[in-house]
Design a protein around this ligand. Sequence first.
Ligand SMILES: C[S@@+](CC[C@H](N)C(=O)[O-])C[C@H]1O[C@@H](n2cnc3c(N)ncnc32)[C@H](O)[C@@H]1O
Length: 236
Amino acid sequence: MKKFSYTDMLAYLGISSAHPGGLMLSKSILENEKINQKSNILDIGCGTGQTSAYLASKYNCTVTALDCHSTMIKKAKKRFVRENLKVKLINGTAEELPFKEEAFDYIIAESVIAFTDLNLSLPNIFTVLKREGQFISIELVAEDMLKREEKEEIKNLYGLKNILLENEWKKQLTNQRFSTVVIEKDNNQNGYNIAAEKHDPSDHIYPELFQIFEAHAKLLQKYKGRLGYRIFRCTK
Ligand SMILES: C[S@@+](CC[C@H](N)C(=O)[O-])C[C@H]1O[C@@H](n2cnc3c(N)ncnc32)[C@H](O)[C@@H]1O
């Protein structure tokens, strides 16, 4: 039997803005930035491309959307065509970003970096970001120390490589030589509600994918108050 991952579930169901806070949080984060037509923005782990599409249509700026999941790429492409948006779409990984040094004014990663190998993704992000550029990331955080078996349970369900406390994220980011790392808590924390947005489901959805969705809902309930998220704004 084929084993599906949490990301497969998001991809097959075609979930838009599959990050805590959803598109509403993305919009409020981006509102505070000086994005304009000349901005060159990279959206790492773009998923089905909702934030990339929003950036391209609102600011008419240059957007590159990158993801390593072929179904996500397919659905992001469909979205950009449907909305008639010029977004460069790349099938690639955060660990091996195929761009020249100091290429981007902004790099966005919404619920992505925790899935990556931080020893590779963070230095890569730092390299392709322009001087004084901003790296903005929304990441899952453990609100208190989790036991090893609790971490394993969460990592196994989501396919995460890292579950860090806020100060562990801060350490990882400051180790990258970012000049400032500002951490914000979303005051409207609406939890991890991936069901809140419009979907673009595939023609055939395997029953196992619904089981993963249910397991996700149960896990959120089990760890209520112990898992949260933060917004990290890092300036190079
Ligand atoms: C939770 S989803 C978030 C998707 C999107 N940012 C959004 O908010 O809708 C995580 C995304 O990161 C992508 N991803 C995971 N590991 C990655 C990696 N190492 N490099 C690039 N993308 C990755 C997955 O394929 C998936 O689309």
